[in-house]
Write a protein that binds this ligand. Structure first.
Ligand code: HEM
Ligand SMILES: *[C@@H]1O[C@H](CO)[C@@H](O)[C@H](O)[C@H]1NC(C)=O
Ligand SMILES: *[C@@H]1O[C@H](CO)[C@@H](O)[C@H](O)[C@H]1NC(C)=O
Ligand SMILES: *[C@@H]1O[C@H](CO)[C@@H](O)[C@H](O)[C@H]1NC(C)=O
Ligand SMILES: *[C@@H]1O[C@H](CO)[C@@H](O)[C@H](O)[C@H]1NC(C)=O
Ligand SMILES: *[C@@H]1O[C@H](CO)[C@@H](O)[C@H](O)[C@H]1NC(C)=O
Ligand SMILES: CC(=O)N[C@H]1CO[C@H](CO)[C@@H](O)[C@@H]1O
Length: 556
């Protein structure tokens, strides 16, 4: 009997002892660093904890002494709730000791710039093991460092060119109009409660068009039919992205072995289809030739990658497929969550809609939306500032992770030299940086896109021809990262966002569906509540946007 108890308990006991020991030795290391120190008894990188923390942490507040540092910093995404508060209270750098690694959070624009600049020298590299799971479809840009990465980055940067931006522009205009139609047509339901789902669909359609040159009409959540037979390219990708965590956690091989479990079988099928579609595209490309007529849309991301692989021999076909997956993965949730945040923010701020629509109407003039040329994109400064302001407050990646490897590195924080020990994570706390009163003044947490806009004085020309974007943000604004490792999809995201706004807000306004007898102000307050109710899943997102239905009306 005792031996049974022992065999069951000893692995658990060993784990507990090992965790306690790791935490203790990390604590000793962290103490020497000399930054304000917090202790968390679990590793934020533990996948089980990532899943469970959102349930466990809220319960802790009911336990005596539960309201300590663990509840404050234990849940992933705590940066969003804290914003700059923790740094105002304790300083620009804090260290959190955990059983895994020690985590340093940084909120000083100068130090952050220094860290990014020194990434190239190898002082603060992106920890590739955190992203290694993205390798499911082959090696890729995000999981590489050093020479391999530079070779890849050349090809990928070349893929995100103005040709692909034209595809993003035209398709986003088209999808935006269809989405508006869909939302307006459905008068049978009390407002649009599928907003966040529908922005996912739109983001996917734009991505598929820019990546592969394929076009799909927008289908709302209610129109979707379950199809049997082989999945279309788009549906395979949709399924993969929706279940990204499972695929990443299991990997394609394990997934295939577990395919007898029906939902996993379908997922495994989608992963296989996705790979097959991409291999087919390679085939097509080898049998065609570059001088062929424009029967396929040129300049999409896939053809750029295939060309880099087959014609220029810069990357292997496996690397091309791996990158394709990473583009889709990195470009989908980021843009769809940003759109969802923007719709909710605009519903809470009708005055911003009026301000933005003024510009849209001026630039469009008498033109149809579908006639709008990509060359007009730079004229939409107000419209773009709305996105800049959205991702200032709701940046999908709350923190950018860097870290030291086998060597310690020195940092100067506010005149004090700090030695960062080896194997330490260094997090650039963007959400804190982008709201800190030192950089943003007292209204750093409010949504005010006009803070980005200036205008050249005098002149008889129209105000909309004189306005330009500029922000004296003291380097405290990097939602897309900065430097060599920054987001290659930045312009992509901006072009998509502006085109969607243009196609929807010229003639329409969005608002919160009012409950019976509710005042407009109370309804807007509910939208602000939905925005506050955001948290970290894979990225920062609203947790329950469907509880706050939105309505569209014609602009009067
Ligand atoms: C609002 C939209 C977006 C935001 C806020 C965003 C933000 C970011 C950030 C913060 C990084 C990491 C930078 C770093 O580590 O320094 C990143 C990387 C990346 N993003 Fe985006 N992104 C967005 C949209 C997109 C889109 C639309 C695509 C592609 C279609 C894309 C593709 C990528 C890729 C491939 C990387 C990895 C780059 C590398 O490892 O060198 N992103 N993004
Ligand atoms: C949280 O950590 C800070 C800094 O180390 C410490 O001063 C404080 O006492 C801790 N709070 C609790 C409740 O343990
Ligand atoms: C409108 O919404 C209802 C219920 O949510 C759905 O059954 C119906 O198919 C939708 N109609 C359209 C035209 O999308
Ligand atoms: C490639 O293009 C050239 C010139 O247009 C044409 O003569 C040739 O037949 C093409 N080759 C293939 C395999 O299509
Ligand atoms: C759009 O703008 C580009 C560049 O200014 C120009 O070459 C092209 O002809 C324009 N297209 C249309 C349809 O006006
Ligand atoms: C990026 O890396 C290249 C070397 O690959 C270097 O020449 C360039 O200056 C770097 N750019 C930045 C902004 O650090
Ligand atoms: C699956 C796979 O090939 N992964 C590769 C990703 O990139 C790293 C770094 O170049 C390789 O070591 C892996 O083998």
């Amino acid at each position: 009997m005792l031996s049974i108890v022992l065999t069951i308990c000893s692995p658990v006991a060993l784990f507990v002892i090992y965790t306690a020991w790791s935490l203790f030795s990390n604590y000793l290391i962290a103490r020497k660093v000399g930054l304000p120190l917090f202790v968390i008894p679990v590793s934020p990188e533990n996948p089980l904890w990532l899943l469970l923390c959102h349930y466990i942490i809220p319960l802790l507040s009911y336990v005596p002494f539960g309201n300590g540092n663990f509840t404050r910093f234990g849940e992933t995404g705590w940066e969003f709730r804290e914003k700059a508060r923790v740094h105002i209270e304790y300083g620009d750098a804090i260290i959190i000791a955990t059983p895994g690694k020690n985590w340093i959070y940084m909120c000083d624009a100068d130090v952050i710039r220094d860290i990014i600049r020194r990434e190239r020298q190898g002082d603060f590299a992106r920890p590739v093991e955190l992203l290694a799971m993205l390798d499911v479809f082959g090696p890729n840009i995000s999981t590489m460092n050093g020479a391999d990465w530079q070779r890849q980055r050349k090809c990928t940067a070349a893929s995100f060119n103005e040709q692909s931006n034209v595809l993003v522009w035209t398709e986003s205009l088209r999808q935006g109009q269809q989405l508006l139609q869909y939302w307006k047509n459905n008068t049978s339901v009390p407002g649009v409660s599928t907003m966040a789902k529908d922005t996912r669909t739109l983001a996917l359609n734009v991505l598929v068009h820019a990546a592969f040159g394929k076009s799909f009409d927008f289908q709302g959540t209610h129109d979707k039919k379950i199809t049997s037979g082989p999945l279309s390219y788009r549906d395979a990708l949709a399924l993969i992205l929706e279940n990204a965590i499972a695929i990443l956690a299991l990997g394609p091989q394990t997934l295939e072995r577990l395919a007898f479990i029906p939902p996993l079988g379908r997922l495994s099928e989608a992963a296989k289809q996705f790979r097959k579609y991409m291999l087919d595209m390679f085939e097509e490309y080898t049998h065609s030739n570059d001088s062929m007529p424009e029967n396929k849309l040129q300049g999409n991301l896939m053809t750029s990658l295939i060309r880099a692989s087959l014609t220029d021999k810069l990357i292997t076909p496996d690397e091309a497929i791996g990158n394709m997956f990473v583009f889709n993965f990195a470009g989908h949730d980021t843009t769809s969550h940003s759109l969802a945040f923007t719709f909710m923010l605009l519903a809470a701020h009708p005055e911003v809609q009026d301000w933005m629509a003024e510009e849209i109407r001026y630039v469009l003039g008498e033109k149809q939306i579908s006639e709008l040329n990509y060359s007009e994109f730079p004229r939409f400064v107000r419209t773009l500032s709305v996105l800049l302001e959205t991702v200032r407050l709701y940046n999908p990646l709350l923190s950018i992770v860097k870290g030291t490897e086998t060597q310690p590195s020195l940092l100067t924080v506010r005149g004090k030299v700090v030695t960062i020990p080896p194997h330490t994570r260094v997090l650039l706390n963007l959400n804190a940086l982008q709201t800190h009163p030192r950089y943003w003044g007292s209204d750093g947490e409010s949504f005010n896109p006009s803070r980005w806009i200036h205008s050249t004085p005098s002149g008889t020309s129209n105000i909309h021809d004189r306005e330009y974007l500029q922000m004296n943000e003291h380097g405290a604004y990097i939602p897309w990262g900065e430097g060599n490792r920054s987001c290659p999809g930045k312009k992509f995201a901006q072009v998509e966002h502006v085109a969607v706004m243009v196609s929807m807000f010229r003639d329409h306004v969005i608002g919160v569906k009012r409950w019976e007898g509710e005042s407009a102000e109370n309804a807007r307050e509910r939208a602000r509540g939905a925005l506050r109710d955001s948290g970290m899943k894979l990225l920062l997102q609203m947790l329950r946007p469907e509880k706050t239905p939105l309505v569209w009306e014609r602009r009067v």
